[in-house]
Design a protein. Sequence first.
Length: 212
Amino acid sequence: MPATPSETLRRRWLDSLLPEVAFDGWTEGAAARAASAAGLSDGEQALAAPGGVRDLIDSFFDRAGEEALAALAGENLSSMRVQERVKAGVLAWLAALAPHREAVRRAVQRGLVPWQAGPALQRSWAVADMIWQAAGDTAEDYNRYSKRGLLAAALPPIVLYWLDNPSPEDLGDYVDRRLAQASGMGRSAGRILGPLLDAVGAAVPNGKAKRS
């Protein structure tokens, strides 16, 4: 699908901004200089990123997600166990971010402040959803949300560990441990939530409850 005019302008702005971010962070000043360098008028800036820097950060991570999906499309995920597929998704996403590690560090710094907590959580959820979809998960019941929620919670410590530039072996081991921990928590939640939702289902007229 062809990019929309706003997407084209946003990508142009982001390409100009990333070198600035490495030195000055995701600031309004850096964004203004990048827009000027990219030749974007005030109207084009408003069309490209009405939310300002926040929209540009979202675009940065969205682009990494697209690149990760493209990389995963070339892998034989069907031959892997579920946790291996999820791990492959996490590592593909980190590999897409690797050329701009300092920009990620700056985004993490900005995302950790309280007034940016909402956007940071939304980004983690979007990445988790992308990874689970690539892994072939099509669940629509409560498992869909618990899987994504647990992975979204595991991503911030994984990113913080990755920012220290560990060896591929150490990174792989760390991701394995985090995913195993999340998987264990998910099984515990399922043992609690499953029977409760089934009990609710037995109480409704048609005997079924939508697990959402």
